[in-house]
Design a protein around this ligand. Sequence first.
Ligand code: SF4
Length: 578
Amino acid sequence: MNITLQKGNLSQDLKDSLVRYYQALGTEGDYAGHLLKQWAHDDNIIVYNVAGESGPVGWIVYNPHKSLVEQILVNKDQVGKGMDALIEKESLVAAEVLRADKDAYRVLVDYGFRPTRTYTSDGFDLAKLDLSTAVYLKKIAGKRPSEEYPGTETVVVEKVPPTHTHDEIKTAIISILDSLGGLEAFVKTGQTVVIKPNVVADHGMKDGVYMGGVVTDLGLLKALVEVLLPVAGKIIIAEGSSINRAETTKMFELYGYDTLIDLDPAKVSLVDLHQDKLVKKAVPRGKRMLSRDIPVTFEKADTIINVPVMKIHFAAIASLSIKNLQGALPPLEKYMSHYFGLWQNLVNIHHLVKPNLIIIDGLTAQEDFGPVNGSPKPMNLLIGGTNAVATDAVTMSIMGLDPALSPPVRVAHMQGMGPIEPEKIHVTGVSIDEVRSPFKQPDINLEGGENLFVHAETACPGCRGYLHFVLFKLRRPDPQHPGKLLIDRPFQRKVNLFLGPVTEAEPKPDETNIFLGTCQQHRKDMGKHLPGCPPHTDVIMKGVFSLYPDVELPQYADQTAEEKLEEMLKEVLKGDTP
Ligand code: SF4
Protein backbone atom coordinates (compact mmCIF):
# COMPACT_ATOMS: atom_id res chain seq x y z
CA MET A 1 0.00 0.00 0.00
CA ASN A 2 1.40 3.39 -1.03
CA ILE A 3 1.62 6.06 1.60
CA THR A 4 1.84 9.74 0.71
CA LEU A 5 2.58 12.79 2.82
CA GLN A 6 0.94 16.12 2.08
CA LYS A 7 1.60 19.28 4.04
CA GLY A 8 -1.52 20.26 5.99
CA ASN A 9 -2.36 22.33 9.05
CA LEU A 10 -3.36 21.99 12.67
CA SER A 11 -6.91 20.97 11.80
CA GLN A 12 -9.62 20.46 14.40
CA ASP A 13 -9.62 16.80 13.46
CA LEU A 14 -5.94 16.51 14.37
CA LYS A 15 -6.43 18.45 17.63
CA ASP A 16 -9.35 16.24 18.68
CA SER A 17 -7.44 13.06 17.83
CA LEU A 18 -4.46 14.26 19.85
CA VAL A 19 -6.61 14.98 22.90
CA ARG A 20 -8.31 11.56 22.60
CA TYR A 21 -4.92 9.82 22.20
CA TYR A 22 -3.50 11.23 25.46
CA GLN A 23 -6.79 10.79 27.32
CA ALA A 24 -6.71 7.12 26.36
CA LEU A 25 -3.10 6.89 27.56
CA GLY A 26 -4.31 8.15 30.96
CA THR A 27 -1.13 10.01 31.85
CA GLU A 28 -0.99 12.83 34.34
CA GLY A 29 -1.25 16.39 33.03
CA ASP A 30 -2.54 17.78 29.79
CA TYR A 31 0.21 16.72 27.38
CA ALA A 32 -2.01 17.25 24.33
CA GLY A 33 -2.68 20.83 25.49
CA HIS A 34 1.06 21.34 26.06
CA LEU A 35 1.88 20.18 22.51
CA LEU A 36 -0.87 22.23 20.89
CA LYS A 37 0.27 25.36 22.72
CA GLN A 38 3.88 24.78 21.58
CA TRP A 39 2.92 24.16 17.97
CA ALA A 40 0.66 27.20 17.83
CA HIS A 41 3.67 29.38 18.71
CA ASP A 42 6.12 27.73 16.32
CA ASP A 43 5.99 28.76 12.67
CA ASN A 44 8.45 26.00 11.77
CA ILE A 45 6.11 23.15 12.60
CA ILE A 46 5.03 21.07 9.61
CA VAL A 47 1.89 18.96 9.77
CA TYR A 48 2.02 16.07 7.32
CA ASN A 49 -1.31 14.55 6.42
CA VAL A 50 -0.59 10.87 5.93
CA ALA A 51 -2.76 9.07 3.40
CA GLY A 52 -2.98 5.52 2.07
CA GLU A 53 -4.68 4.36 -1.13
CA SER A 54 -8.07 4.32 0.54
CA GLY A 55 -7.82 7.64 2.33
CA PRO A 56 -6.26 9.43 5.34
CA VAL A 57 -4.49 7.29 7.96
CA GLY A 58 -3.31 10.07 10.30
CA TRP A 59 -0.74 12.80 10.83
CA ILE A 60 2.94 13.28 11.53
CA VAL A 61 3.88 16.55 13.19
CA TYR A 62 7.45 17.48 12.30
CA ASN A 63 9.79 20.22 13.49
CA PRO A 64 12.34 20.82 10.70
CA HIS A 65 14.35 23.25 12.84
CA LYS A 66 15.38 20.31 15.07
CA SER A 67 14.66 17.50 12.55
CA LEU A 68 12.31 16.19 15.21
CA VAL A 69 9.15 14.12 14.86
CA GLU A 70 7.02 15.71 17.59
CA GLN A 71 4.03 13.42 17.17
CA ILE A 72 2.99 10.40 15.15
CA LEU A 73 -0.76 9.93 15.06
CA VAL A 74 -1.03 7.23 12.43
CA ASN A 75 -2.97 3.95 12.35
CA LYS A 76 -0.69 1.42 14.05
CA ASP A 77 -0.24 -0.80 10.99
CA GLN A 78 0.78 2.20 8.86
CA VAL A 79 3.40 3.76 11.16
CA GLY A 80 6.35 2.03 9.45
CA LYS A 81 5.28 3.08 5.97
CA GLY A 82 4.48 6.60 7.17
CA MET A 83 7.96 6.80 8.64
CA ASP A 84 9.50 5.47 5.40
CA ALA A 85 7.76 8.29 3.53
CA LEU A 86 8.92 10.84 6.10
CA ILE A 87 12.61 9.91 5.97
CA GLU A 88 12.50 9.89 2.19
CA LYS A 89 11.48 13.56 2.46
CA GLU A 90 13.36 14.66 5.56
CA SER A 91 16.31 12.25 5.73
CA LEU A 92 17.82 11.46 9.14
CA VAL A 93 15.30 12.45 11.81
CA ALA A 94 14.83 12.15 15.56
CA ALA A 95 11.64 11.71 17.55
CA GLU A 96 10.38 12.87 20.92
CA VAL A 97 7.94 10.86 23.04
CA LEU A 98 6.41 11.05 26.46
CA ARG A 99 8.30 8.50 28.51
CA ALA A 100 5.03 7.08 29.78
CA ASP A 101 3.94 6.35 26.19
CA LYS A 102 5.45 2.85 26.10
CA ASP A 103 3.64 1.87 22.90
CA ALA A 104 4.98 4.82 20.90
CA TYR A 105 8.45 4.13 22.31
CA ARG A 106 8.27 0.46 21.30
CA VAL A 107 7.02 1.27 17.79
CA LEU A 108 9.88 3.74 17.28
CA VAL A 109 12.52 1.31 18.60
CA ASP A 110 11.14 -1.47 16.37
CA TYR A 111 11.45 0.86 13.38
CA GLY A 112 15.09 1.69 14.19
CA PHE A 113 15.04 4.71 16.51
CA ARG A 114 17.30 4.58 19.55
CA PRO A 115 16.81 6.42 22.88
CA THR A 116 19.63 8.94 23.22
CA ARG A 117 18.40 11.51 25.78
CA THR A 118 15.83 11.91 28.52
CA TYR A 119 14.75 15.29 29.85
CA THR A 120 11.85 17.20 31.38
CA SER A 121 9.93 19.94 29.62
CA ASP A 122 7.18 21.87 31.43
CA GLY A 123 6.95 19.02 33.94
CA PHE A 124 6.61 16.28 31.29
CA ASP A 125 9.20 13.48 31.22
CA LEU A 126 10.32 13.04 27.63
CA ALA A 127 12.66 10.79 25.69
CA LYS A 128 14.49 11.72 22.51
CA LEU A 129 15.20 8.93 20.06
CA ASP A 130 17.58 9.23 17.09
CA LEU A 131 16.99 7.19 13.98
CA SER A 132 19.88 4.76 13.57
CA THR A 133 22.05 5.88 10.67
CA ALA A 134 22.56 2.23 9.68
CA VAL A 135 18.78 1.79 9.41
CA TYR A 136 18.54 5.02 7.43
CA LEU A 137 21.31 3.93 5.03
CA LYS A 138 19.51 0.63 4.46
CA LYS A 139 16.16 2.34 3.86
CA ILE A 140 17.63 4.68 1.22
CA ALA A 141 19.69 2.04 -0.60
CA GLY A 142 19.22 2.56 -4.33
CA LYS A 143 17.04 5.65 -3.83
CA ARG A 144 17.60 9.18 -5.10
CA PRO A 145 17.10 12.34 -3.02
CA SER A 146 13.47 13.47 -2.78
CA GLU A 147 14.44 16.68 -4.56
CA GLU A 148 16.67 16.28 -7.62
CA TYR A 149 19.93 18.23 -7.39
CA PRO A 150 19.42 21.30 -9.56
CA GLY A 151 21.88 21.55 -12.45
CA THR A 152 25.27 19.89 -12.79
CA GLU A 153 28.69 20.25 -11.16
CA THR A 154 32.12 20.31 -12.81
CA VAL A 155 35.01 18.24 -11.51
CA VAL A 156 38.48 18.56 -13.04
CA VAL A 157 40.86 15.59 -13.09
CA GLU A 158 44.45 16.59 -13.85
CA LYS A 159 47.34 14.23 -14.36
CA VAL A 160 50.72 15.22 -12.90
CA PRO A 161 53.93 13.57 -14.17
CA PRO A 162 55.27 11.07 -11.59
CA THR A 163 58.27 13.32 -10.95
CA HIS A 164 55.95 15.75 -9.11
CA THR A 165 58.26 18.73 -9.70
CA HIS A 166 57.23 22.12 -8.43
CA ASP A 167 56.44 23.38 -11.94
CA GLU A 168 54.46 20.24 -12.83
CA ILE A 169 52.25 20.58 -9.76
CA LYS A 170 51.81 24.32 -10.30
CA THR A 171 50.78 23.76 -13.92
CA ALA A 172 48.13 21.25 -12.81
CA ILE A 173 46.74 23.66 -10.18
CA ILE A 174 46.51 26.48 -12.74
CA SER A 175 44.80 24.15 -15.17
CA ILE A 176 42.21 23.19 -12.50
CA LEU A 177 41.58 26.85 -11.68
CA ASP A 178 41.21 27.73 -15.38
CA SER A 179 38.63 24.98 -15.83
CA LEU A 180 36.64 26.29 -12.86
CA GLY A 181 36.55 29.95 -13.91
CA GLY A 182 40.11 31.15 -13.18
CA LEU A 183 41.79 32.28 -9.97
CA GLU A 184 39.71 35.48 -9.97
CA ALA A 185 36.58 33.36 -9.49
CA PHE A 186 37.91 32.39 -6.06
CA VAL A 187 40.20 35.18 -4.82
CA LYS A 188 40.07 38.96 -5.26
CA THR A 189 42.98 41.29 -4.59
CA GLY A 190 43.88 41.53 -0.92
CA GLN A 191 41.47 38.85 0.28
CA THR A 192 42.15 36.28 3.00
CA VAL A 193 42.43 32.67 1.88
CA VAL A 194 42.29 29.80 4.36
CA ILE A 195 43.77 26.51 3.13
CA LYS A 196 42.59 23.43 5.04
CA PRO A 197 45.05 20.58 4.42
CA ASN A 198 44.86 17.12 5.98
CA VAL A 199 47.33 16.62 8.81
CA VAL A 200 45.52 13.82 10.56
CA ALA A 201 48.37 12.42 12.63
CA ASP A 202 52.12 11.90 12.78
CA HIS A 203 52.15 8.73 10.68
CA GLY A 204 53.74 7.76 7.39
CA MET A 205 57.37 8.27 8.44
CA LYS A 206 60.05 5.66 7.77
CA ASP A 207 63.54 6.29 9.13
CA GLY A 208 62.70 9.99 9.39
CA VAL A 209 61.50 10.18 5.78
CA TYR A 210 57.85 10.85 4.96
CA MET A 211 56.53 8.16 2.57
CA GLY A 212 53.43 10.02 1.32
CA GLY A 213 49.68 9.45 1.31
CA VAL A 214 48.95 10.43 4.93
CA VAL A 215 49.06 14.24 4.97
CA THR A 216 48.61 16.81 2.21
CA ASP A 217 51.74 16.95 0.09
CA LEU A 218 54.05 19.84 1.04
CA GLY A 219 54.96 20.42 -2.62
CA LEU A 220 51.27 20.80 -3.49
CA LEU A 221 50.75 23.35 -0.71
CA LYS A 222 53.88 25.28 -1.79
CA ALA A 223 52.70 25.45 -5.38
CA LEU A 224 49.17 26.44 -4.30
CA VAL A 225 50.48 29.22 -2.02
CA GLU A 226 52.65 30.51 -4.88
CA VAL A 227 49.66 30.60 -7.23
CA LEU A 228 47.66 32.55 -4.64
CA LEU A 229 50.36 34.98 -3.45
CA PRO A 230 50.13 37.56 -6.27
CA VAL A 231 46.44 38.13 -5.48
CA ALA A 232 45.72 37.16 -1.87
CA GLY A 233 46.31 39.56 1.01
CA LYS A 234 46.69 36.76 3.56
CA ILE A 235 47.08 33.00 3.24
CA ILE A 236 46.42 30.94 6.34
CA ILE A 237 47.12 27.20 6.42
CA ALA A 238 44.79 25.98 9.15
CA GLU A 239 44.42 22.50 10.68
CA GLY A 240 43.58 20.72 13.90
CA SER A 241 44.94 17.17 13.81
CA SER A 242 42.60 14.34 14.75
CA ILE A 243 44.90 12.01 16.66
CA ASN A 244 46.88 13.47 19.58
CA ARG A 245 45.14 16.73 19.15
CA ALA A 246 47.65 18.79 21.14
CA GLU A 247 50.36 18.03 18.62
CA THR A 248 49.22 19.95 15.52
CA THR A 249 52.03 22.51 15.66
CA LYS A 250 54.62 19.74 16.09
CA MET A 251 53.13 17.96 13.07
CA PHE A 252 53.34 21.15 11.00
CA GLU A 253 57.08 21.07 11.73
CA LEU A 254 57.42 17.30 11.20
CA TYR A 255 56.03 17.53 7.68
CA GLY A 256 57.87 20.78 6.85
CA TYR A 257 54.75 22.96 6.72
CA ASP A 258 56.58 25.68 8.67
CA THR A 259 58.69 26.31 5.53
CA LEU A 260 55.53 27.57 3.79
CA ILE A 261 55.80 30.78 5.83
CA ASP A 262 59.17 31.49 4.15
CA LEU A 263 57.36 31.96 0.84
CA ASP A 264 56.15 35.33 2.18
CA PRO A 265 56.34 35.78 5.98
CA ALA A 266 54.21 38.95 5.75
CA LYS A 267 51.33 37.11 4.16
CA VAL A 268 51.57 33.38 4.97
CA SER A 269 50.85 31.89 8.39
CA LEU A 270 49.99 28.58 10.03
CA VAL A 271 47.10 28.26 12.47
CA ASP A 272 46.57 25.40 14.90
CA LEU A 273 42.77 25.33 14.95
CA HIS A 274 42.80 23.68 18.37
CA GLN A 275 44.18 26.92 19.81
CA ASP A 276 41.81 29.18 17.89
CA LYS A 277 39.01 31.32 19.33
CA LEU A 278 35.55 29.87 18.68
CA VAL A 279 32.24 31.20 17.53
CA LYS A 280 28.98 29.33 18.16
CA LYS A 281 26.80 28.87 15.10
CA ALA A 282 23.42 27.25 14.67
CA VAL A 283 23.24 24.43 12.12
CA PRO A 284 20.49 25.19 9.60
CA ARG A 285 17.79 22.50 9.71
CA GLY A 286 19.92 20.91 12.39
CA LYS A 287 20.28 17.19 12.66
CA ARG A 288 22.02 15.45 15.58
CA MET A 289 23.90 18.58 16.74
CA LEU A 290 21.94 21.80 16.48
CA SER A 291 24.90 24.13 16.92
CA ARG A 292 28.66 23.92 16.50
CA ASP A 293 31.65 25.87 17.81
CA ILE A 294 33.61 26.93 14.74
CA PRO A 295 37.19 28.30 14.82
CA VAL A 296 37.14 32.03 14.13
CA THR A 297 39.79 31.61 11.40
CA PHE A 298 37.08 30.32 9.07
CA GLU A 299 34.90 33.32 9.88
CA LYS A 300 37.67 35.65 8.72
CA ALA A 301 38.20 33.82 5.43
CA ASP A 302 37.03 35.28 2.12
CA THR A 303 37.87 31.97 0.48
CA ILE A 304 38.35 28.50 1.92
CA ILE A 305 40.29 25.91 -0.05
CA ASN A 306 39.92 22.32 1.14
CA VAL A 307 42.97 20.21 0.22
CA PRO A 308 42.43 16.62 1.47
CA VAL A 309 44.39 13.52 0.53
CA MET A 310 42.93 10.79 -1.69
CA LYS A 311 42.71 7.88 0.71
CA ILE A 312 40.78 4.94 2.00
CA HIS A 313 39.19 5.26 5.43
CA PHE A 314 38.56 2.06 7.41
CA ALA A 315 35.18 3.39 8.65
CA ALA A 316 34.07 6.06 6.16
CA ILE A 317 35.25 3.95 3.14
CA ALA A 318 37.00 7.02 1.72
CA SER A 319 38.48 10.06 3.45
CA LEU A 320 38.17 12.95 0.99
CA SER A 321 36.82 16.49 1.11
CA ILE A 322 33.76 15.84 3.29
CA LYS A 323 35.71 13.84 5.86
CA ASN A 324 38.55 16.38 5.86
CA LEU A 325 36.41 19.03 7.55
CA GLN A 326 36.42 16.96 10.76
CA GLY A 327 39.88 18.53 11.21
CA ALA A 328 38.32 21.99 11.05
CA LEU A 329 36.77 21.56 14.49
CA PRO A 330 38.14 22.13 18.00
CA PRO A 331 38.86 19.04 20.16
CA LEU A 332 35.57 18.94 22.09
CA GLU A 333 33.57 19.32 18.88
CA LYS A 334 35.55 16.46 17.31
CA TYR A 335 34.81 14.31 20.34
CA MET A 336 31.13 15.29 20.35
CA SER A 337 30.81 14.55 16.61
CA HIS A 338 31.46 10.90 17.38
CA TYR A 339 29.07 10.89 20.29
CA PHE A 340 26.15 12.45 18.42
CA GLY A 341 26.78 10.86 15.01
CA LEU A 342 29.90 11.41 12.96
CA TRP A 343 28.43 11.02 9.49
CA GLN A 344 25.62 13.54 9.95
CA ASN A 345 27.84 15.96 11.83
CA LEU A 346 30.35 15.97 8.97
CA VAL A 347 27.50 17.15 6.77
CA ASN A 348 26.50 19.72 9.39
CA ILE A 349 29.98 21.27 9.38
CA HIS A 350 29.61 21.93 5.66
CA HIS A 351 26.65 24.21 6.37
CA LEU A 352 28.93 26.38 8.51
CA VAL A 353 32.42 26.07 7.00
CA LYS A 354 31.87 26.27 3.28
CA PRO A 355 34.93 25.58 1.13
CA ASN A 356 34.81 27.51 -2.14
CA LEU A 357 37.33 25.25 -3.83
CA ILE A 358 38.47 21.67 -3.31
CA ILE A 359 41.74 20.29 -4.62
CA ILE A 360 42.17 16.62 -3.73
CA ASP A 361 45.78 15.58 -3.37
CA GLY A 362 46.10 12.40 -5.41
CA LEU A 363 49.82 12.76 -6.04
CA THR A 364 50.58 9.95 -3.60
CA ALA A 365 47.33 8.48 -2.31
CA GLN A 366 46.75 5.85 0.41
CA GLU A 367 45.08 2.46 0.10
CA ASP A 368 44.32 -0.43 2.46
CA PHE A 369 44.04 0.51 6.14
CA GLY A 370 43.79 4.28 5.73
CA PRO A 371 43.61 7.03 6.82
CA VAL A 372 46.92 6.57 8.67
CA ASN A 373 47.97 2.92 8.64
CA GLY A 374 47.56 2.11 4.93
CA SER A 375 50.08 1.96 2.11
CA PRO A 376 51.09 4.80 -0.19
CA LYS A 377 49.68 4.47 -3.71
CA PRO A 378 51.11 6.74 -6.41
CA MET A 379 48.20 8.13 -8.45
CA ASN A 380 49.83 11.29 -9.89
CA LEU A 381 46.54 13.19 -9.90
CA LEU A 382 44.99 16.38 -8.65
CA ILE A 383 41.19 16.51 -8.62
CA GLY A 384 39.48 19.88 -8.36
CA GLY A 385 35.90 21.00 -7.90
CA THR A 386 33.63 23.42 -6.12
CA ASN A 387 31.08 20.90 -4.84
CA ALA A 388 32.22 18.53 -2.10
CA VAL A 389 29.84 15.66 -2.93
CA ALA A 390 30.55 15.72 -6.67
CA THR A 391 34.31 16.01 -6.16
CA ASP A 392 34.34 13.13 -3.67
CA ALA A 393 32.09 11.04 -5.93
CA VAL A 394 34.43 11.42 -8.92
CA THR A 395 37.47 10.66 -6.75
CA MET A 396 35.82 7.55 -5.33
CA SER A 397 34.98 6.37 -8.84
CA ILE A 398 38.65 6.76 -9.78
CA MET A 399 39.49 4.69 -6.67
CA GLY A 400 37.16 1.96 -7.94
CA LEU A 401 34.59 2.64 -5.19
CA ASP A 402 30.86 3.26 -5.37
CA PRO A 403 30.30 6.75 -3.86
CA ALA A 404 26.99 5.56 -2.38
CA LEU A 405 28.92 3.21 -0.07
CA SER A 406 30.62 5.97 1.88
CA PRO A 407 28.19 6.95 4.68
CA PRO A 408 29.16 10.65 4.86
CA VAL A 409 29.06 11.06 1.06
CA ARG A 410 25.72 9.27 0.88
CA VAL A 411 24.13 11.27 3.71
CA ALA A 412 25.38 14.56 2.16
CA HIS A 413 24.01 13.48 -1.23
CA MET A 414 20.59 12.59 0.15
CA GLN A 415 20.43 15.92 1.98
CA GLY A 416 20.90 17.84 -1.27
CA MET A 417 24.51 18.91 -0.77
CA GLY A 418 25.58 17.71 -4.20
CA PRO A 419 25.24 15.01 -6.83
CA ILE A 420 26.84 11.59 -7.08
CA GLU A 421 24.93 10.70 -10.27
CA PRO A 422 27.38 10.60 -13.24
CA GLU A 423 24.87 12.42 -15.47
CA LYS A 424 24.94 15.36 -13.07
CA ILE A 425 28.74 15.67 -12.96
CA HIS A 426 30.72 17.11 -15.86
CA VAL A 427 34.24 15.66 -15.66
CA THR A 428 36.94 17.63 -17.49
CA GLY A 429 40.69 17.13 -17.87
CA VAL A 430 41.16 13.40 -18.18
CA SER A 431 38.32 10.90 -17.96
CA ILE A 432 37.63 8.73 -14.92
CA ASP A 433 38.18 5.60 -17.03
CA GLU A 434 41.61 6.78 -18.13
CA VAL A 435 42.94 7.07 -14.59
CA ARG A 436 40.79 4.59 -12.64
CA SER A 437 42.92 2.32 -10.46
CA PRO A 438 41.06 0.28 -7.82
CA PHE A 439 42.29 0.89 -4.28
CA LYS A 440 42.86 -2.04 -1.98
CA GLN A 441 40.28 -1.89 0.79
CA PRO A 442 41.05 -2.96 4.35
CA ASP A 443 40.12 -6.49 5.35
CA ILE A 444 37.87 -5.82 8.31
CA ASN A 445 38.24 -8.79 10.64
CA LEU A 446 35.51 -9.05 13.26
CA GLU A 447 36.14 -12.67 14.09
CA GLY A 448 35.76 -13.26 17.80
CA GLY A 449 37.61 -15.69 20.04
CA GLU A 450 36.96 -18.97 21.81
CA ASN A 451 34.65 -17.32 24.32
CA LEU A 452 34.19 -13.85 22.84
CA PHE A 453 31.54 -13.44 20.16
CA VAL A 454 30.87 -10.53 17.82
CA HIS A 455 27.32 -9.93 16.55
CA ALA A 456 27.56 -7.40 13.74
CA GLU A 457 25.25 -8.56 10.93
CA THR A 458 23.70 -5.15 10.25
CA ALA A 459 26.37 -2.74 11.50
CA CYS A 460 27.48 -0.01 9.10
CA PRO A 461 31.17 0.45 8.21
CA GLY A 462 31.58 2.87 11.13
CA CYS A 463 31.33 0.52 14.10
CA ARG A 464 32.79 -2.35 12.07
CA GLY A 465 35.93 -0.41 11.20
CA TYR A 466 36.56 0.95 14.69
CA LEU A 467 35.94 -2.43 16.34
CA HIS A 468 38.37 -4.15 13.94
CA PHE A 469 41.07 -1.82 15.17
CA VAL A 470 40.38 -2.75 18.80
CA LEU A 471 40.06 -6.52 18.16
CA PHE A 472 43.41 -6.36 16.38
CA LYS A 473 44.93 -5.30 19.71
CA LEU A 474 43.50 -8.49 21.28
CA ARG A 475 45.27 -10.76 18.83
CA ARG A 476 48.42 -10.98 20.91
CA PRO A 477 49.67 -13.38 23.58
CA ASP A 478 47.65 -13.58 26.78
CA PRO A 479 50.03 -13.23 29.76
CA GLN A 480 47.60 -15.24 31.94
CA HIS A 481 47.23 -18.17 29.52
CA PRO A 482 50.47 -19.11 27.74
CA GLY A 483 49.87 -20.35 24.19
CA LYS A 484 46.59 -18.40 23.88
CA LEU A 485 45.78 -14.99 22.47
CA LEU A 486 43.95 -12.38 24.55
CA ILE A 487 40.94 -12.73 22.27
CA ASP A 488 40.73 -16.46 23.14
CA ARG A 489 40.89 -15.95 26.91
CA PRO A 490 38.58 -18.55 28.56
CA PHE A 491 36.22 -16.12 30.30
CA GLN A 492 33.92 -17.70 32.86
CA ARG A 493 30.91 -16.03 31.28
CA LYS A 494 30.51 -15.93 27.53
CA VAL A 495 31.33 -12.43 26.21
CA ASN A 496 29.20 -10.85 23.48
CA LEU A 497 29.89 -7.68 21.53
CA PHE A 498 26.73 -6.36 19.87
CA LEU A 499 26.82 -3.74 17.12
CA GLY A 500 24.45 -2.52 14.43
CA PRO A 501 20.70 -1.96 14.77
CA VAL A 502 19.59 -5.61 14.66
CA THR A 503 21.44 -8.76 15.71
CA GLU A 504 20.45 -12.39 15.22
CA ALA A 505 21.51 -13.20 18.79
CA GLU A 506 19.65 -11.74 21.76
CA PRO A 507 21.61 -10.64 24.86
CA LYS A 508 21.26 -13.02 27.80
CA PRO A 509 21.43 -11.88 31.44
CA ASP A 510 23.86 -14.63 32.47
CA GLU A 511 26.44 -13.54 29.88
CA THR A 512 28.73 -10.52 29.63
CA ASN A 513 27.32 -8.11 27.07
CA ILE A 514 28.97 -5.07 25.53
CA PHE A 515 26.81 -2.90 23.30
CA LEU A 516 28.47 -0.63 20.76
CA GLY A 517 27.10 2.61 19.49
CA THR A 518 23.82 4.42 19.18
CA CYS A 519 22.34 1.43 17.34
CA GLN A 520 22.62 -0.64 20.54
CA GLN A 521 21.64 2.13 22.95
CA HIS A 522 18.20 0.60 23.61
CA ARG A 523 19.91 -2.38 25.25
CA LYS A 524 22.25 -0.40 27.47
CA ASP A 525 20.68 -1.62 30.72
CA MET A 526 21.59 -5.22 29.85
CA GLY A 527 25.35 -4.70 29.98
CA LYS A 528 28.05 -2.16 29.24
CA HIS A 529 27.19 0.43 26.61
CA LEU A 530 29.85 2.24 24.57
CA PRO A 531 28.19 5.40 23.28
CA GLY A 532 28.79 7.08 19.94
CA CYS A 533 28.06 6.67 16.28
CA PRO A 534 30.57 5.28 15.71
CA PRO A 535 32.02 5.28 19.24
CA HIS A 536 35.45 6.86 19.40
CA THR A 537 38.32 4.32 19.20
CA ASP A 538 39.32 5.26 22.69
CA VAL A 539 35.82 4.52 24.03
CA ILE A 540 35.75 1.06 22.40
CA MET A 541 39.30 0.34 23.49
CA LYS A 542 38.54 1.14 27.13
CA GLY A 543 35.22 -0.73 27.01
CA VAL A 544 36.63 -3.93 25.52
CA PHE A 545 39.84 -3.86 27.55
CA SER A 546 37.78 -3.55 30.75
CA LEU A 547 37.41 -7.34 30.25
CA TYR A 548 41.17 -7.60 30.80
CA PRO A 549 41.92 -5.64 34.00
CA ASP A 550 45.38 -7.23 34.19
CA VAL A 551 46.40 -5.99 30.73
CA GLU A 552 47.75 -2.53 30.06
CA LEU A 553 45.42 -0.44 27.88
CA PRO A 554 46.96 0.06 24.42
CA GLN A 555 47.79 3.71 23.84
CA TYR A 556 45.78 5.19 21.01
CA ALA A 557 45.84 8.87 21.82
CA ASP A 558 46.84 11.09 24.73
CA GLN A 559 44.82 9.54 27.59
CA THR A 560 44.72 12.66 29.75
CA ALA A 561 43.34 14.71 26.86
CA GLU A 562 40.73 12.04 26.05
CA GLU A 563 39.60 11.82 29.67
CA LYS A 564 39.30 15.60 29.86
CA LEU A 565 37.10 15.57 26.76
CA GLU A 566 34.96 12.81 28.25
CA GLU A 567 34.38 15.00 31.32
CA MET A 568 33.57 18.02 29.13
CA LEU A 569 31.05 15.95 27.17
CA LYS A 570 29.34 14.93 30.43
CA GLU A 571 28.93 18.63 31.26
CA VAL A 572 27.41 19.27 27.81
CA LEU A 573 24.97 16.40 28.32
CA LYS A 574 23.74 17.97 31.54
CA GLY A 575 22.57 20.99 29.55
CA ASP A 576 19.92 21.36 26.87
CA THR A 577 19.69 18.97 23.95
CA PRO A 578 22.52 20.08 21.61
S1 SF4 B 1 26.14 3.12 15.87
FE1 SF4 B 1 27.65 2.10 14.60
S2 SF4 B 1 26.52 0.68 13.31
FE2 SF4 B 1 25.08 2.14 14.15
S3 SF4 B 1 24.93 3.72 12.57
FE3 SF4 B 1 26.44 4.38 14.08
S4 SF4 B 1 28.38 3.72 13.23
FE4 SF4 B 1 26.78 2.56 12.16
